[in-house]
Design a protein around this ligand. Sequence first.
Ligand code: FUC
Length: 724
Amino acid sequence: MSTVICVGPVYARELTLWYDKPANKGMNEALPIGNGKFGGLVYAGPLQERVVLNEISLWTGTEISTDDYAKMGSYQMLGELIVDVAPDAAAAAVQNYRRSLDLATAIHNVTYQSGGVTFRREAFASHPDGVMVLKFSADRPGACAGTVQLQGAHKETTAAAEGSLTFAGTLENGLNYEAKLLAIHDGGTLQAGDGKLEFKNCNSVTLLVAAGTDYALDYAHRYRSEKPHAAIEKLLPAAAAKNYDDLRAEHIAEYKSWFNRVALDVGATPADRLALPIDRRKVLHAENGGDPELEGLLFQYGRYLMISCSRPGGLPANLQGLWNDSNEPPWHSDYHANINIQMNYWPAEPANLAECHTTLFDLIGSQLEPWRKATAAEKRFATASGKSPGWAVRTSHGINGDQGWQWDIVANAWYCQHFWMHYAFSGDKIWLQSVAYPVMKETCEFWEVRLKALPAGHLVIPNGWSPEHGPQEDGVSYSQQIVWDLFNNYVAASGALGIDASYREKIAALRDKLLGPQIGKWGQLQEWMIDRDDPNDHHRHTSHLFAVFPGNWISIARTHEFAAAAKKSLIARGEAADSDVREWSFAWRCSLYARLHDAENAHRMVQSLLANRNTCLNLFGLHPPMQMDGNFGITAGVCEMLLQSHENEINLLPALPKCWPTGSVQGLRARGGFEVDIAWKDGQLTRATIRSKLGGPCRLRSGATTATLTTKPGGSYPLNAALQ
Ligand code: FUC
């Protein structure tokens, strides 16, 4: 059975992660649900449902800029929901157990049989209703019984009242938070007592959970606003007034308005493979390939996770997205500015979730003031005039003006690339002028005063660091490339807006004097000004290849020699099993190979990400315990394999691997305000459709064939293999 399911206007293949065993190791095995701000990891034990609850703004920390990581804030766990079902029959035999997460509907399911009864549970996090919903039901009337507990992760006392459980608290930094559960039963009884709810002889029980904090993306009010109590007290009764089927239908419809924008089909998996649970398919595929639907699912998982943890008005996905089962998560589950947070947002524009990208801009905007202050106070940033214009950021930061560990001096410029990207895909000049441009210009002002001239006249960034590799010194390639990217994008931005012409000329001149990429003694792209790269160095970062991806200083078409050197470096960096190459490294390498038009190696990265070394049972990126950058990064990598638009043209299928001979993709976005559908057969483009949002010329490429379309705003242009 090769299932093709209808997901609205387009068709996609099977998109269900399913397992025949409950989750044991939480972060690695439980399945994530989320409405962008509030979500949970669902463990799905047959006789106990446990959901680790998370609220994306539950952070410790206050304004600080320090090298001492420990002093920075940390993302916290909110609490957990525990439902012991059939507590009197814990020993009852369970048969045909199955838990699953359907990416097409964002609904988690559990089914099993016990004592001749089929039990069923559904769970989802609704964005339109702002609540998590869990329904426990059975096919025999009156068969549902159990106890419900809601526990905070900070030693709160839970209050049980008629049909509800509540806990609330205040973190050390004054952040107030609250969570509340309402239980609605059909038939039977429901009683409160001893901090729990107990239900008996019910036909079904529906639990509604809401949570919030008084966090606001607002430095002027020191990141605080209204306490969450009133909002929770509004959300829960409003949701309780609806019936379950309506809550479910509204959730699915709203979720699909995001998810269905892109459909991908890279081939059918044989029926015997498809019939296996994901954990088996994952191992078989990583070893032998042959499961294209799993690769399609991995691509869509990145989109699912983004829709579930990064919604406009909220916070961006942190190192673990939204999901966290500890108050001391690795790296504080922070925003890591030397690759990780950027990688999280690589797929946002091409994979048609641009609105999710705004969470990153809002967070940066809300932190600029404390970052400016910290920059001005930092001795190493003082200039000859004594002033330090602009802002910089350390490698790790939180959401309360707190940042820890080393300055990543070019992260400000890398953040600006995201502002530019958002404009480049949408063409929204009002947003460019009001939001992006001021940040980009201020960042140029930081950089223009601190470049150092070499004797030959080239400009270098002083005292940089190739993350987290080698010495701190002048002219590190990572720094050169990222500042070049900033200047280049700034010049384009001010040109597009027709403003600041003389400053634009100044920045263009500085850009053109920056020391460029250099090719070293073994033909590699140098990581440093000094030709010291070791061909046996398999470090996880590929910072010196920024200019290939996500930058575009180096390209196959324009700078072939440098592209060849970059490929040498990339191959040498490798992915050796005994190296520290991580899940996110594979994702970055995927996009790099795609940009170098090396389809087979790009695909190898996709396949390798599914190896147990790189992904957990629940397909989260495995960087003990987990990290989500690899999930987002691989979605971006697949986009780059199928469509590239960084060279002022839309390149269709620039890195199509042999094992995806026939397929299609609908709804990818390209720079210039285009949306693109592509179909191919036997490795060759068969047709494409370009939808133009803004109008204007559209340059197209398919291999050596090129064409230019004249488009109108709102126009749709079907093309054949000859681009006609
Ligand atoms: C970067 C990486 C590490 C890890 C950390 C959170 O610094 O070098 O591998 O992903 O971020």
